[in-house]
Write a protein of this length. Structure first.
Length: 577
């Protein structure tokens, strides 16, 4: 059995085994099992064991999230503050150079609003995905310079990047040749040689917007002669970015998200309110699901198919009518994005099946019809379907863009960079990365990456796994336990919803639900305790079971609200006879 960060890894649909600490419900101890013990086991599985660690996790303190606490270099931060103060006092033109995803958009909004509130001469800039590519680039800087000559932007002296720049060595040199200083704020994995920027504010412990937020706080507190009120609800934007960028929800990230959700549920930003209305969600109940599956896709859609500047305008506008128009536009473009993605996913899956690529250890799919804005989503769907690391390329005439998604335990950005001799550029995270390659070198790159994957990945890497916190009798499931578990939220990367196992429960009722019967609705019973349960995506597997069967179930505990009434429901993650 494999272990990963203190978790016992359970092979999905195979015999389930549990670590010793998860056996509190066995050996006649069930009568003495307390909710506190259950919570302790769940926390221990997340590496939170000491009294101090538990206290900090359950009672996060925003004042403890500082640049020092997340590893930002204090000297580099000081350099950036001095340079920014000079730019504000001398009314130099500053450009906040963001990125076209939620993280970069939210971070750019935070930094732009902060500088603007302090009287800076500042404009935001989001590169075009297709025309300029990712991050700070020579093309993007050239566009700024051309704007300068045409009078749209006058005499840029300082560029501050957000959520990009840590690998933009050439672009920084290009900026310096044009007498433009660059301050990099980023959270992506750096290369061995850092860009020779004026200053680098960098940590991999936060999302890009989180880094921008800490810099903004530092700027505002840097004894500027202009005294003003700090712009509000920036933590709400950090919350959006933290969830959308899939950063681990532990430590500072969890703290920022917890307080950010509180701000988001109270936000009065016209753009966000309009977006909530367009999406049909209740502001006061927004959580990580609504951010990840409803809000973020709409904000991301513009950068995938159009211009992400409109998403930034939505976040920053104070005009309710403009906000409504922008929200409707984002909703429309998102629906278009969904259709484009569906077509590309269907094509990519068909290509994998027809060419039996699912037998390989790396999925490498190339086609000229793929929109560069959705290839990351396509790669994610291939991983979901075939559980192989996936690289999807949008083939161009001279250059080809690629996005990659990984599986647990496989560092994708390091893997890609090991073939750097074939790449124009590359960057990202262990689980998600992207790169550009000259089209004529695609086949050489493919051969190199496939050979490396064969060496690095064993058959055990491709076994889907379910992580189980502990075995639990149905008799212990109730409102009190549910509320205690909810105190461990917000849930997400590195802090998933607690997962439990109960053996030998009886299927009292079972029926298929949803489009094409993809899901299963069940009623399951153990002893005197009986619960409604839902198993999403397990319609095909349900044919193995019958009413009256005894099964082992792996599940999370959810609260279902129907007609104003609340009841507990189990969300089945796996089940077996």
């Amino acid at each position: 059995m494999q272990k990963d960060n203190g978790w016992e890894m359970i092979n999905k649909s195979q015999n389930l085994k549990l670590p010793p600490k998860a056996r509190l419900a066995k050996g006649g101890k069930t009568k003495n099992l307390r909710i506190e013990e259950i919570i302790s086991v769940v926390l221990a599985n997340r590496g939170i064991k000491t009294k101090k660690e538990k206290e900090e996790f359950l009672n996060p303190d925003l004042s403890k999230v500082t640049p020092d606490s997340v590893g930002i270099d204090s000297k580099q931060l000081s350099l950036s503050l001095v340079r920014i103060k000079k730019a504000i006092e001398n009314q130099e033109q500053i450009v906040v150079f963001g990125d076209y995803d939620v993280d970069g958009i939210c971070g750019a909004a935070i930094l732009w609003e902060t500088l603007d509130s302090l009287g800076a001469k500042v404009l935001p800039y989001i590169p075009h995905r297709v025309e300029e590519g990712y991050g700070l680039s020579k093309v993007g800087i050239s566009n700024l310079i051309r704007s300068t000559s045409s009078g749209q932007i006058s005499n840029v002296k300082l560029i501050i990047t957000v959520d990009n720049g840590i690998v933009a060595n050439d672009a920084v040199e290009f900026a310096k040749k044009h007498l433009i200083d660059v301050i990099i704020t980023d959270h992506h994995v750096a290369k061995a040689e850092l860009p020779k920027a004026f200053a680098i504010v960098h940590t991999t412990k936060l999302c890009g917007a989180g880094v921008a937020y800490l810099l903004s706080q530092a700027i505002f507190n840097f004894q500027f002669s202009i005294s003003n009120k700090m712009p509000g609800d920036h933590l709400a934007l950090v919350a959006l970015a933290t969830v959308a960028d899939l950063v681990p929800l532990v430590g500072a990230n969890r703290t920022l998200l917890k307080f950010g959700l509180e701000e988001l549920r109270k936000t009065e930003r016209p753009g966000l309110l309009a977006l909530f209305e367009e999406a049909g969600i209740d502001k006061e109940t927004i959580d990580t699901y609504e951010i990840g599956h409803v809000i973020a896709p709409r904000l991301n859609a513009m950068g995938r198919l159009e211009s992400a500047m409109d998403s930034l305008r939505l976040l920053c506008t104070k005009d309710k009518q403009r906000a409504k128009k922008l929200a409707l536009m984002l909703g429309s473009v998102n629906r278009e994005r969904q259709m484009v993605t569906q077509d590309s996913v269907a094509h990519a899956k068909s290509h994998v099946m027809e060419n039996k690529l699912h037998d390989k250890k790396l999925l490498f799919v190339v086609h000229e019809s793929y929109n560069p804005g959705v290839i990351g989503l396509v790669a994610g769907k291939l991983v979901e379907e075939f559980y192989r690391p996936a690289i999807v390329l949008s083939k161009g005439e001279k250059y080809t863009k690629a996005s990659a998604r990984s599986i647990a335990g496989f560092n994708m950005v390091e893997f890609i960079r090991s073939a750097s001799e074939f790449l124009v550029d590359a960057g990202g995270h262990p689980m998600a990365a992207g790169f550009t390659v000259e089209t004529e070198k695609i086949e050489d790159l493919k051969k190199k990456l496939e050979e490396m994957a064969e060496k690095l990945l064993g058959d055990e890497s491709f076994v889907r796994k379910v992580r189980i916190d502990m075995e639990l009798p149905f008799s212990f499931i109730g409102t009190e336990l549910y509320e205690a578990l909810e105190k461990l939220s917000p849930f997400g990367m590195a802090n998933p919803k607690p997962v439990f196992l109960t053996k030998k429960v009886v299927i009292e009722d079972m029926r298929l639900v949803g489009a094409d019967g993809k899901h299963v609705k069940l009623k399951v019973k153990s002893g005197k305790a009986e619960f409604e349960a839902i198993a999403f995506g397990m319609g095909e597997k349900s044919s193995k079971f019958q009413i009256g069967d005894e099964i082992d179930v792996v599940y999370t505990i959810e609260e279902e609200v129907w007609n104003g009434n609340k009841r507990l429901q189990l969300k089945i993650k796996d089940a077996m006879l």
